[in-house]
Write a protein that binds this ligand. Sequence first.
Ligand SMILES: NC(=O)c1ccc[n+]([C@@H]2O[C@H](COP(=O)([O-])OP(=O)(O)OC[C@H]3O[C@@H](n4cnc5c(N)ncnc54)[C@H](OP(=O)(O)O)[C@@H]3O)[C@@H](O)[C@H]2O)c1
Length: 347
Amino acid sequence: MTAPAGPAASVESARVLVTGATGAVGSAVVGRLEAAGHEVYGVSRRGAPRPRQFAWHAGREEPPPALRGPWSAVVHCAADTRWNLPAEQAEEANVAPLRAVLALAGPGTHLVHLSSSYVTGLAGDIASHSPDAYRNSYEWSKAAAERLLHTERESADIVRFPIVVGARADGALDRYSGFFWLPSSMCSGAVPALVAEEKALLDIVSTDDVAEHVDRLIAGGPPAGHRLTVLGRGDLAQRVDEAFDTVLDALNDWRAEHGVPLLERLPYVTPQQWNRFYLPFAEQYLDRAQLLRVTAFRAYQGYLSVTEPFDITGRVADTRPVLFRSIRRWAETHETSARRVPRPWKA
Ligand SMILES: NC(=O)c1ccc[n+]([C@@H]2O[C@H](COP(=O)([O-])OP(=O)(O)OC[C@H]3O[C@@H](n4cnc5c(N)ncnc54)[C@H](OP(=O)(O)O)[C@@H]3O)[C@@H](O)[C@H]2O)c1
């Protein structure tokens, strides 16, 4: 799957299209490529009130004429990262847009496709077409997108990475989703326990890690074939309990400064204990709202029980400091949620 870099000369100033340019990762990629001197165009479903930013719902409508190229490089960051879409919608959200983006890329365009370290699902590779081989329809559709690249393009960079937090300098993130359910749930008391394997690995990267890597790829020119890079900490990733302690420390650091009662450490329950004993018991006693929150939380179990490190090709710097800063930054920008005092659970 991995191919050596092609013979292309290094690219000093390229005309680059970034899809998903308003997203958590895409906005960091745009900033980094602009700082490197490239002429960067961005696209997202809703667009943005900035120069060279366009609205286009890729996969659903024709691209605006300004996006037709030619492009030196296209960085495809657009995705719908929700885990619970029905298969057909996940396909429409993560495969159809890639197909539309491929039509904008000529044979000489350097295509960089962003993917997820979790794309290998439960089987450990992207070969299976069956949804059963993946944790959810998001992974399944991202695997289908990678397969599409292999069949439709002779040359492409595929960049996989795990959970994304904010910038290394200050934790800033343009969009808080995914992982940020955790601080929010800890403050609201939405979860009564952490359903996780304490010693599992929670691999994390910062938006800078991805953006800097994409910048280096573009500077080096397109690869001769399909080149896969996997960013992360691998076997040096924080353990789940360490990462959760970092989140708790960051929240309490902010809460102490703002005179809000400190949060207590939540107890750990293994997924097996939870599913076998706690959940059936809880189902008898919790009200509908509590049950909804508890069952929604179930979707995270698969991500908090990964004991095999990702097979990384590029190790990022320690992520504890950036996780701490990102959670503090989340608290600063979500003050109402961060100030909440969890109510004890009672049936
Ligand atoms: N965030 C993570 O933890 C994480 C981890 C691993 C991999 N990834 C991958 O990293 C990439 C970027 O993710 P992200 O977290 O930055 O996502 P995000 O914050 O949810 O942003 C998604 C971006 O894509 C745009 N978009 C979605 N569907 C589109 C479509 N059909 N046509 C045009 N634009 C569309 C959105 O535009 P609107 O806002 O206008 O809808 C937005 O700009 C994705 O490939 C994702 O799979 C993310």
